[in-house]
Design a protein around this ligand. Structure first.
Ligand code: ASP
Length: 352
């Protein structure tokens, strides 16, 4: 166990650092503020605080040029964040990305694919209340994230993956989803148990960790933006989707189907997906249910789509399915290759 661990913190925005746009009006909307404002509310990370002084952890930080509410992020922001980590990968033992909660699970999923052969912890965290609120969850979340990012300094197992550390839990990033707008337990990982629990004692569940990667770390710098995600609902009119299917810009469609991957089997809907398939659009079915996943052959209302060449999304979250589609389609357009990559478990994002 070495005591001199180095952690790099990338600040991207989010509620954690927000303040009211009019400081004299507590009902004015929240807007992001700079990282400098945050540090003053967390003595443990200051120069003479617990992490640096007692644990010998050196902490450096950097803010994105434009800090944002995470609802404003695009895939270019994911690539930018990945690049910030890539530049410093060899110099640090672990990384923290401070991020808004709204799209944290999307960014975590996106980064999990962009990082190839990641062998260090990349921990996303944020909070439901700003750090200067007397009841804030920010200091707890940030402190927990530091324990995971500098794991060795605390005698903890080192994770080799992108995780979300929020309210006393560590979740695999591409398995997590935002569950609450106000509960401190903001995230859940419905189809994969927690990687860690941070109670009075910290427990990392080593049997759930991803194994160490063999190859050299590299960052993939592209996401195919021509991907669309649609949720089915009873009564959806296929003609409303026609324009989309005829749009040659759509290379991949993530369809949030019912239950085990069932969808309407009326001729109009089936023909629409058939046309999309024959014009080269890859279609991935995931489920609208939180638990379980897609088995197209279970019901006739799924089997019809299996025969069309629809790809089973297994038990992937919406966020992981979308990010994976963007990643896979940015690497290859070969139909067989895309299919096999989408079906494969690339980063622990699917069990089947
Ligand atoms: N709107 C905020 C964001 O995602 C919400 C949060 O951080 O909790 O940036």
């Amino acid at each position: 166990m070495s005591m001199s661990k180095r952690v790099f913190i990338l600040y991207t925005g989010g509620t954690i650092g927000m303040g009211h746009s009019d400081p004299n009006d507590p009902s004015s909307p929240l807007v992001p503020r700079s990282w400098e404002n945050l540090q003053e509310f967390m003595p443990a990370i200051q120069e003479d605080g617990f992490f640096r002084k007692e644990k010998g952890i050196s902490i450096d930080y950097h803010s994105l040029d434009e800090i944002k509410d995470s609802s404003q992020f695009t895939t270019d922001d994911w690539i930018c964040m990945a690049g910030e980590i890539e530049q410093r990968y060899d110099d640090y033992d672990g990384f923290i990305i401070i991020h808004g909660t709204d799209t944290m699970a999307y960014t975590a999923s996106g980064l999990s694919f962009l990082f190839e052969n990641l062998n260090k912890p990349v921990v996303l965290t944020g909070s439901q209340l700003p750090i200067n609120d007397p009841r804030t969850d920010a200091t707890n979340n940030l402190s927990n994230a530091l324990h995971i990012a500098a794991a060795d300094a605390f005698g903890l197992p080192v994770l080799n993956e992108v995780v979300i550390c929020f309210n006393d839990r560590v979740l695999r990033g591409n398995r997590a989803t935002k569950m609450s707008t106000n509960d401190f337990e903001g995230f859940e990982s419905p189809n994969y148990n927690h990687l860690g629990d941070l109670e009075e004692r910290i427990k990392i569940h080593t049997h759930r960790m991803l194994p160490k990667s063999e190859g050299a770390f590299r960052v993939h710098k592209q996401m195919n933006p021509n991907v669309m995600s649609i949720g089915l609902f009873p009564g959806l009119k296929p003609k409303q989707l026609r324009k989309l299917v005829e749009d040659e810009q759509i290379d991949g469609l993530v369809l949030k189907a019912f239950g085990n991957g069932n969808a309407p089997t009326n001729a109009e809907f089936v023909d629409l997906l058939k046309e999309a398939r024959s014009s080269g659009t890859h279609i991935l079915f995931i489920t609208q249910c939180f638990h379980g996943g897609v088995h197209l052959s279970k019901y006739q209302s799924g089997k019809v789509f299996e025969e069309l060449g629809v790809i089973e999304g297994g038990d992937m979250t919406d966020e992981a399915a979308l990010a994976k589609m963007m990643y896979v389609l940015s690497k290859s357009t070969d139909s067989q290759e895309v299919r096999s990559q989408l079906l494969e478990n690339l980063r622990g994002e699917r069990n089947y």
